[in-house]
Design a protein around this ligand. Sequence first.
Ligand code: SAH
Ligand code: SF4
Length: 353
Amino acid sequence: MSSCEKVDLKNLGPSVLNELIASLGKEKYRTSQVLRWLYAVGVGSFDQMTNLSKDFRKELDRLSFFSNFKPLQIEQAKDGTKKFLFQLMDGNRIESVLIPDKARLTLCISTQVGCAMGCQFCLTGRKGFKRNLTTSEIVNQILAVRSTLSRNVSMTNIVLMGMGEPLANYDYVLQSLSLMTCRDAFKFSSRRVTLSTVGLVPEIERLATRNIGFQLAVSLNASNDETRGRLMPVNRRYPLKELLAACTRFPLRPRARITFEYVLLEGVNDSLQDAKELVRLLRGIPSKVNLIPLNEAPAIPFRRPSEAKIRRFQEVLTGSGLTAIVRASKGTEIRAACGQLEGACQTRSFCLL
Ligand code: SAH
Ligand code: SF4
């Protein structure tokens, strides 16, 4: 049997892996052991799974394999942000970004090659959509980046904010999330995992029916349908009223809030009127607002507002009792910041490999 016909174990969520292992007549704790080797330890071959019998390892090897990623390039910005470029089996390329910030070390991962949503201010969106990432391609980003860290350093947070729209790749993304939070696999607390969506209402509703504790972030980026529709084609399918109704219904843990992201574009959505509209819009929803001054790029036909304008916008929000932070853009000189990922390293001089 060639490895192409074998199943990639990293494409199976914990429960499907358990079914496979049970079908081989093995007990449940064997699934926990395999999960630990694959994700908690991160081994490269079945031979390294030393607490499994030789026969069991052989049997697994006959039926399955597991893929691994190796970065094609790593670039580092002055602020410590690192961008990892990965080449997939079919030649497509994706990126992940590791962002150190005080006590936190956050990994921003991709969920698709490109993105079909076409937001006007986003380089990923302007490049169009190629395909969904599989579960293994999502979790292998975490494993490959983690393997570059020193022993005493650990990743604290995962954000699904790289290339792609996570909820447009619902099944594989949900399966990856179950591995991220599984006690035997990555073991991240669900509070430290954030999924950011452009606002696909049916998928938000679907997510609401699952008892998932991870953080939800919604990219709002405008406070009225006219502006949002111009910037984000998705708004024509799911206008603000429907989107915010879905957010209002979304079940949150006690004291949890939905994060609303708002990319500030000069002269487009940054007026005091826009800020006041935003306050009205979010009334009644447990929310916090992340203001993201536009990360500029030659292909993006917008500018970032002045610092003074950004502060005034923020003050309208905080003045009305909303929590609103201005997100510092990290890694801009290596195009590692929000909306700048396009699957290609920019500057060979920063390459660490
Ligand atoms: N597709 C998802 C997640 C990836 S985009 C989403 O849209 O939410 C992650 C964040 O980057 C979004 O909040 C998006 O609004 C923001 N973003 C996109 N392009 C940007 C740019 N050029 N400058 C700053 N933020 C940008
Ligand atoms: Fe896609 Fe998000 Fe970029 Fe919009 S902002 S094009 S949804 S990656």
